[in-house]
Design a protein around this ligand. Sequence first.
Ligand code: NAD
Length: 443
Amino acid sequence: MAQDTAEEKTERPHSEDGSQGSEKRESTERAEISNFEIVQHHFRAAAERLDLPEDVTTVMGTSYREVTVQIPIKLSDGQTHVFSGFRVQHNGARGPYKGGIRFHPEVDLDEVRALAALMTWKTAIAEIPFGGAKGGVNCPAGDLESSEKQQIARSFIDKIDKILGPTRDIPAPDVNTDAQTMAWMMDQYGKLHGHTPACVTGKPIPLEGSFGREAATGRGVVYLYREAAPVIGVKPGDTRVVVQGYGNVGSWAARIMQGLGATMVGASDAYGAIRNDEGIDAEALLDHVKEGGTLPEFEGAEAIDADDLLEIECEVFIPAALGGMIHERNADRMNCKMMIEGANSPTTPKADEILEDKGVYVIPDVMANAGGVVVSYFEWVQNLQHFRWDEREVNDKLGNIMRRAYRNVSGRAQSSEISLRSAAYELGIERVVEAARTRGYIT
Ligand code: NAD
């Protein structure tokens, strides 16, 4: 069994998925198991339970295509830096490959591989017609000027454009890339292939981005909370919520929860944590962050040690920062009834066991944070039709998909007496295997 990881870092001011400020400090000790090991652990366990033949397990457990390219860029220090760019297409049985592109100095093939596989299962669980992919460039995104980021984005697309396209592989933003990055990528792809808005998602609204995309992952988290709340006997009005990582996902989830009547009693960012048992105003906190403030500097709450965030008594804890934040050395400190994983792989397998013993209801990343890719799917559909839906339509359709995923996964979890995570993986894997078999890719 796997133990515990280090993964992505994020920045301020946040973008769609974050980046990194130079004075940032690690606010919580993370696990030693890698993201890849976490995803493989869950995949292998599910494959065994499903009794998949060995050849099928190999096909599903490895990538279809892994591309590494060289990106030499002259930075403002006058030196040419040679970065590596990765694009991993894990499985395309259910449709074109789909997944974000991350800029981060710690990006490597292993991490991208893990995140690509996660996308395969996520799109299958949400029943949207995509395969799974992920990309990344190992550049120091937090220290780059916008013009440098633009050069990297364009150069990366130049080097991988042959494997991209609206019917092949559609990137999106991820850590340290945002709508602006997608605009550059779309523009570069257009220079090579003609104007093709459907070649990337997460674009700015004036460039055929979708309404509701920015909020989508946080909103999806809240749709799942609403489905699951009766299961653990809580109502929004009585719900105290703690958010680890007050960036895009965390701040949207917190604000939407607050709109339902919930009270945020704790939050954290890369600089530290805060608590206020009377409630922290989620809107005011975001305004503070947008003005360049860190969470510990926020006047409406008390600054606490980052590790103490886990001990705040609450109904719902939302990890929305990095991978491997909840591990075997701190999982026992958690004081919540439900955890909804906004982040990718925030919980290690050992921590999962501890939380299960404690009776915490865990809604796993592979379903919980699917809202982003679901609205990316809507963006792609709108782009292909050169048509735009209003935000209400986007949100309603997102709600339908998230609720359907929850019903399917929780139904399977109940009937098989397994965790939501195990049920989600089983369901995702089954759907991908069925698609691959029906196509004749495997027998
Ligand atoms: P973001 O950069 O907007 O926010 C991340 C937040 O985490 C920031 O506030 C940052 O300060 C904070 N943070 C960083 N290190 C921390 C630490 N050690 N302790 C506490 N907080 C820390 O990024 P985001 O888009 O909100 O993504 C957050 C997570 O959600 C990532 O794991 C990402 O992969 C996942 N995710 C995001 C989306 C999306 O649509 N944005 C979709 C699926 C999954």
